[in-house]
Design a protein around this ligand. Structure first.
Ligand SMILES: Nc1ncnc2c1ncn2[C@@H]1O[C@H](COP(=O)(O)OP(=O)(O)OP(=O)(O)O)[C@@H](O)[C@H]1O
Length: 444
């Protein structure tokens, strides 16, 4: 293509070596370019796949040695070419890669050198870094003391591979959009947060009955943001010092999850004991087996909130903190007041819109004659998405099971409706009986 370039305009070139310096120091720009080009190639592959249609399932597009790709930046076309320098038989080198020196050559219009040097290379570093981060395997951390590893005295981790995404998450589409928009806004506001001097963090409170998809929502958020997940077990945190350690040993892009917050913190009892407003903040988190220890060894609510609001902010990084609860009413208002939790997200029982997402995921159907019956039943019965998903899971092949799975779901909902009606009747009878008894006592 150099000939082609030559014909079109006088060209200029930049060479980007894999290593630089005598000590074979890795070249940051080369690494970034490698990641950037591989991402550009794979997005081209997906486009190509869409253009070619289904029969060409996996077109492989990649930049190989002695191959080139083009890119356009601010209206300027650039050519990337990958090379491998042949081994030099005359040089003796201690460097392991001597026989494999790789480099890229970037060709562009001579008049555009300033734009390329000042802006395009910066852009490559930024985009290349972002591509590396998104390719990196993300991790699920836990502070459960049984799993402590050598790497960190507080966190142990496994690969985070939860498949849940916003596409597979069954919930009202409007609420889903509000959450996605909020996340995008959060992601794009780094400079804004810096300018106003606020920690770059977001707090969500997820509430809803068991099986409504709180864990699935957390995974969808983490997958969407490409963050690591930290599952914080509060009962394993012994002191504020321990908490400080835990919060400072996190990666910079993290979703911190504190599940069942109502079970981790005993607030109600302490509130009765402490009358003064000031004392409110010093409510103690009861740790199993630690109730009788002296105050200094206990984790306080103020300790937790300070980390969320203050100290932790100073550590930098983008953080999302998610609290979950099955019982919103049991939580202390101080913990959930706006500002501390930016958004309260209700994960509800299954609606018809949510059911349609599950039917599409599990049975690959978007329409069916039984949908009408299901819609009516869903408006009458409280059933969680987890229970619906259980019924929709195909037992044999998906095609054979669509009608059968939907019928099973209808049966489960009808049984539940009947059980609810019987329970209501029984309660009414009991009420009737007790008021009749009261009337009798009164008469006596
Ligand atoms: N809203 C949902 N969208 C998609 N799948 C869901 C949803 N809710 C539940 N499920 C399915 O049910 C299973 C259990 O749900 P999940 O663990 O997310 O619920 P949860 O509200 O976190 O429950 P718990 O409070 O008991 O932890 C999930 O693995 C998923 O397959």
């Amino acid at each position: 293509f150099r000939k082609a370039v030559d014909i079109v305009f006088p060209y200029d070139q930049i060479t980007i070596n894999q290593y630089r310096g005598t000590h074979m120091q890795h070249n940051e720009l080369y690494t970034a370019a490698e990641a950037y080009l591989s991402k550009a190639c794979s997005s081209r592959a997906s486009k190509l796949k869409a253009e070619l249609g289904k029969e060409h399932d996996r077109p492989v597009v990649t930049i190989d040695d002695d191959e080139g790709v083009t890119d356009t930046f601010k209206g300027t076309k650039v050519w990337w070419q990958a090379y491998k320098r042949p081994a030099s038989s005359t040089t003796i080198s201690w460097g392991p890669q001597d026989d494999e020196r790789k480099y890229y050559r970037l060709t562009f219009n001579k008049r555009r050198r300033k734009l390329i040097e000042d802006e395009y290379l910066e852009y490559i570093i930024k985009e290349g870094y972002a591509a590396t981060v998104s390719n990196r395997k993300r991790r699920l951390f836990t502070n459960n003391p049984i799993n402590y590893s050598y790497e960190s005295p507080t966190w142990s981790h496994v690969a985070f591979e939860h498949p849940s995404t916003f596409d597979t998450l069954a919930m009202d589409p409007e609420s889903k959009k509000v959450i996605i928009d909020d996340l995008v806004m959060f992601r794009d506001r780094k400079e804004y947060y810096k300018k106003i001097g606020k920690a770059w963090k977001r707090g969500y409170l997820l509430y809803g009955p068991p099986g409504s998809g709180k864990s699935s929502m957390i995974a969808a958020i983490a997958n969407f943001m490409e963050y690591d997940v930290y599952d914080l077990e509060l009962t394993a945190v012994k002191t504020n010092t321990n908490l400080r350690q835990i919060f400072t040993e996190m990666t910079s892009k993290a979703v911190i999850v504190i599940e069942d917050i109502d079970c981790s913190i005993d607030l109600t009892n302490k509130r009765k004991e402490k009358k003064k407003e000031k004392d409110e903040e010093e409510k103690v988190i009861k740790l199993p087996g630690h109730e009788e220890k002296d105050e200094s060894s206990k984790l306080t609510l103020s300790g937790l909130l300070n980390f969320i609001d203050g100290l932790w902010s100073a550590c930098g990084g983008e953080r999302i903190i998610i609290f979950t609860t099955n019982h919103l009413d049991k939580l202390d208002p101080a913990l959930i007041r706006r500002g501390r939790m930016d958004m309260h997200i209700e994960m509800s029982y299954c609606t018809f819109e949510a059911f349609k997402v599950l039917a599409k995921n599990y049975l690959r159907v978007e329409q069916h004659e039984l949908f009408g019956t299901i819609q009516t039943l869903l408006s009458e019965v409280n059933i969680t998405p987890a229970d619906v998903a259980e019924e929709l899971m195909p037992k044999r092949s998906v095609e054979d099971d669509v009608g059968e799975s939907l019928k099973n779901l209808i049966k489960v909902m009808e049984d539940k409706k009947k059980a609810d009606e019987d329970a209501t009747k029984e309660q009414e009878n009991l009420k009737g009986e007790s008021s009749a008894q009261r009337a009798l006592v009164f008469k006596d």
